[in-house]
Design a protein around this ligand. Structure first.
Ligand code: ADP
Length: 267
């Protein structure tokens, strides 16, 4: 805990005394530390692909100048590294946009069933290349909630992409939508979107930090799969903006369920 202590003489009712003020600035220090960590993380994440790109450019200008086969190979890797930087910058922009809007409550009604179908359709090529079967289970009656359609699309996309990335080839991913009549976490009724995979699961020790920016359970695997480490942080901020809840249930060796609860009507 950090305090600022100030003392001054005061005169009151003919008496002179000393007024001591204690100001707790722990939260300011923590916010400052978080900002420094964030800048350090972003710099590190950008520097790695940038260093690789510079190395390849120098090799192409020098030793590999006349080696066509090497040039082709290097260009593929350079494309991979540049894409990684692009994904990172895109996710950073999304995160900062969402953070800036967190106080503004979205009001448009969003048809969640239609949104889920559309995301599953868009991700079909990824689903096929991951050799994963996505099973979508929607209720007969449509469910709409007040929300920002683009942001809710991003939430579903991020969760489904993670299930495809970490769920494992040949496995199944279930995506469901249902109404929850009385959800205590929402202090009322709400819609529940659940994405369940049959992947390796997540050890309980990682749970509290999973939605932190750049937190990864397995950095090597995340990077290999094209992850930026920002997907769940973006999900958390969007869900907060909707006054919803994100719940993660996971069992090592069995799989994970990421549940998004969204209030049905403004509270
Ligand atoms: P990333 O871009 O690394 O996927 P995320 O913020 O989306 O970043 O996720 C953070 C970390 O949480 C991932 O690196 C991964 O270790 C873990 N994770 C996310 N989703 C799953 C899942 N469905 N199964 C297992 N681990 C997961």
């Amino acid at each position: 805990t950090t305090f600022i202590v100030t003392a001054s003489y005061v005169e009151f009712a003919g008496e002179v005394g000393v007024l001591v003020c204690l100001e707790d600035i722990t939260h300011l220090e923590q916010a400052d530390q978080m900002r420094r960590d964030f800048v350090a993380n972003v710099s590190h994440e950008l520097r790695t692909p940038l260093t690789a790109l510079l190395g390849f450019i120098e090799t192409l200008q020098g030793p590999a100048k006349d080696d066509m086969a090497a040039q082709k190979r290097f260009l593929t890797t350079m494309h991979h590294e540049a894409s990684r930087m692009e994904r990172l910058v895109r996710d950073l922009l999304s995160l900062s946009r969402v953070e800036g809007q967190e106080r503004m409550r979205p009001k448009d009604m969003v048809d969640l069933g239609a949104l889920l179908k559309s995301v599953c359709h868009t991700l079909r090529p990824l689903t096929e290349s991951a050799a994963v079967e996505v099973v979508l289970d929607l209720p007969d009656d449509g469910i709409s909630v007040p929300g920002d359609s683009d942001q809710l699309r991003q939430v579903i996309t991020n969760l489904l992409e993670n299930a495809l990335k970490y769920g494992g080839a040949g496995k199944r991913v279930d995506v469901t939508l249902h109404l929850s009549e009385a959800e205590p976490a929402l202090r009322g009724s709400g819609a529940v979107i659940a994405v369940t995979d049959q992947g390796p699961g997540i050890d309980p020790q990682h749970m509290p930090r999973l939605t932190e920016r750049f937190y990864r359970v397995d950095s090597h695997r995340s990077r290999e799969m094209g992850g930026t480490g920002l997907g769940l942080a973006i999900v958390k901020h969007i869900v907060n903006r909707h006054r919803g809840r994100l719940r993660i249930d996971s069992k090592v060796g069995i799989g994970s369920t990421f549940k998004v609860l969204l209030p049905a009507a403004p509270q």
